[in-house]
Design a protein around this ligand. Structure first.
Ligand code: MN
Length: 241
């Protein structure tokens, strides 16, 4: 059996080809039948304003995940900086389990740290401040109590004001801070980390002898995954959707 990792799909209704490609990816996993677990490491959706924000697009994504889950694959979903409001209602419908950022899992003999990756970009000081606010229970409770229209208006306002968001739009996401990577690896007592977010897919062999795997973001044509099995170990690859 194998374990799969993906991130930064950035699903949105305005990109039907991407949604179709993603659905096909899940179907292929089901047909191959070797995926004991699938980890989605954040920014699964381009934006998420609450599990009560339902439309046919969301229903299709839920159904696609549920179909894979029903074949026996355990699906884990970690929040990204764009979909941190994904909640238990979505996960119940989609047959997924929410996963804390960071989380440590076991791959064979090796402990591996999973993160979305935004928290590693500590030099984006403005974003780190906003992140702290958005991830607080009080802020989220207040936001989710607003009407859908109010939430949309708020998101629009933040997007136009936030420098971080403008950086994202121009795909100039700040890269990780190397010392923060080492700090997280040490804190969790692991030698391997897998994350997404930066859209800079790579395998980094660090001076410390540890390894940082970075997943890539998906386009309408291509996706990225990490696949692990006992024989082959951890492999990062790009593929055509
Ligand atoms: Mn991200």
């Amino acid at each position: 059996m194998a374990i799969y990792f993906i991130s930064d799909i950035h699903l949105e209704p305005g990109r039907p080809a991407l949604a179709q490609g993603f659905a096909k990816y899940l179907q292929n996993l089901a047909v191959k039948g070797d995926a004991s677990q699938l980890y989605i490491l954040g920014d699964f959706f381009e934006v998420w304003m609450g599990d009560d924000f339902i439309n046919p697009f969301v229903d299709q994504v839920k159904a696609a995940l549920k179909a894979l889950s029903d074949t026996g694959t355990d699906i884990f979903l970690m929040h990204g900086n764009r979909d941190f409001l994904l909640g238990n209602d979505f996960c119940r419908d989609a047959g997924c389990t929410l996963l804390q950022d960071p989380s440590v899992i076991q791959l064979g003999d090796e402990k591996v740290l999973l993160m979305h990756g935004d928290s590693l970009c500590t030099e984006d000081i403005e974003y780190m401040k906003i992140r702290q606010v958005f991830r607080s229970e009080a802020w989220q409770k207040d936001f989710l109590s607003k009407s859908i229209e109010e939430r949309i208006a708020f998101a629009r306002q933040v997007r136009s004001e936030s420098q971080s968001d403008q950086q994202m739009k121009s795909a100039e996401i700040m890269d990780v801070t190397p010392s923060e990577v080492e700090r997280e690896l040490s804190e969790h007592g692991v030698n391997i980390m897998i994350h997404g977010h930066t859209h800079r897919p790579a395998v980094h062999n660090l001076d410390s002898g540890k390894t940082r795997y970075v997943l890539g973001d998906w386009s309408d044509e291509n996706g990225w995954e990490i696949r692990w099995d006992e024989d082959s170990g951890i492999k990062l690859k790009e593929f055509v959707l």
